[in-house]
Design a protein around this ligand. Structure first.
Ligand code: PEP
Length: 252
C-alpha cells in the first residue's frame, strides 16, 4: 500500500513574514491529521533555515526546488546536495518544467541532479510531463518515456525505491487547467507500466504524484485514482486553507 504525499512547491514566492504566517497555519492544522499521508513544502533556498526550525519535530517535511548536479566547486549561484543536507531537507525537486524550459535543463542534466541528490540521501521528486504541443501531436507517451528513461539509464530502476515521480503536464501548470482524473490516471499507469518492464516490485511501490492546478476542490477526485499517489502543488500551496484542504484529501 503506497502512502500518499502532498508536496508544496512555493516556487519564487514568499517572504519571512508571510512564510511565518503560512507555516503557523500548516503546523496547527496538519499536525492533527496524523501520519497516514506525508505532507511537505519545497521552499526557496534562503528560507530553508527558518523552515527547518519551524517544522522540525512536526509531521511536515521540507525540501528544496533544485540542486546542482555537481558536488562542489566554481559554480556561481548553485547549491549543492551537501548544503541541503545541512538543513535536513528530505526532498528536492528535479526537472521541474520551469527549470527544463527556462533554464535549458536537458534530460541528461536532470538525471545527473537526481543521481547526485540520491547519493546524498535526498529524495528526488522527478518531474516529467508534456507540453500542449506535444500532447496535440500525440507524443506525450514518447516524451515521458524519454524523461523517465534518461534517469533509469543513469541511476538504475532500483533507485526509484527512494524517489518520487511527479507527472506534471506543462499545459496544466499555473494555468487553472487541470488534467481530468482519467487523463492523469492514464499517464500515471503508463509510467508505472514502463517501470514494471524493468522491475514490477519497484513499479508497484513508487510514489507517482500529479501536478498541475491541483486545488482544494479537485484534489480528492484526482487522489482517488488508483495510480495517483498525491500531488505536487504550486499556487495552492501558498494559501494555507487550500494546502491544508489538499493535505486532508490525501488523508481520507
Ligand atoms: C508546479 O509548479 O509544480 C505546479 C503544479 O503548479 P500549479 O499547482 O500552480 O499548477
Amino acid at each position: 500500500m503506497r502512502k500518499k504525499l502532498v508536496a508544496g512547491n512555493w516556487k519564487m514566492h514568499g517572504n519571512l513574514l508571510d512564510n511565518d504566517t503560512l507555516l503557523n497555519a500548516l503546523n496547527k492544522d496538519i499536525a492533527v491529521l496524523g501520519n497516514e499521508a506525508n505532507c511537505a513544502v519545497c521552499v526557496p533556498y534562503p528560507y530553508l533555515a527558518t523552515v527547518q526550525s519551524k517544522l522540525q519535530g512536526t509531521n511536515i517535511k521540507w525540501g528544496a526546488q533544485n540542486v546542482s548536479q555537481h558536488e562542489k566547486g566554481a559554480y556561481t549561484g548553485e547549491v549543492s546536495a551537501v548544503m541541503l543536507n545541512d538543513f535536513n531537507c528530505t526532498y528536492v525537486i528535479v526537472g521541474h518544467s520551469e527549470r527544463r524550459m527556462l533554464y535549458g535543463e536537458s534530460n541528461q542534466v536532470v538525471a545527473e541532479k537526481y543521481l547526485t541528490a540520491q547519493k546524498h540521501k535526498l529524495v528526488p521528486i522527478l518531474c516529467v510531463g508534456e507540453t500542449l504541443e506535444q500532447r496535440d501531436s500525440d507524443t506525450t507517451e514518447q516524451i515521458i518515456e524519454e524523461q523517465v528513461n534518461a534517469v533509469l539509464a543513469l541511476a538504475g530502476v532500483d533507485s526509484l525505491s527512494n524517489a518520487v515521480i511527479a507527472y506534471e503536464p506543462v499545459w496544466a501548470i499555473g494555468t487553472g487547467k487541470t488534467a481530468t482524473p482519467q487523463q492523469a490516471q492514464d499517464i500515471h499507469h503508463f509510467i508505472r507500466q514502463g517501470i514494471a518492464k524493468q522491475n514490477a516490485e519497484v513499479a508497484a511501490g513508487v510514489t507517482v504524484l500529479y501536478g498541475g492546478s491541483v486545488k482544494a476542490n479537485n484534489a480528492a477526485e484526482l487522489f482517488a485514482m488508483p495510480d495517483i499517489d498525491g500531488g505536487l502543488i504550486g499556487g495552492a500551496s501558498l494559501i494555507a486553507d487550500d494546502f491544508i484542504a489538499i493535505c486532508k484529501a490525501a488523508h481520507s
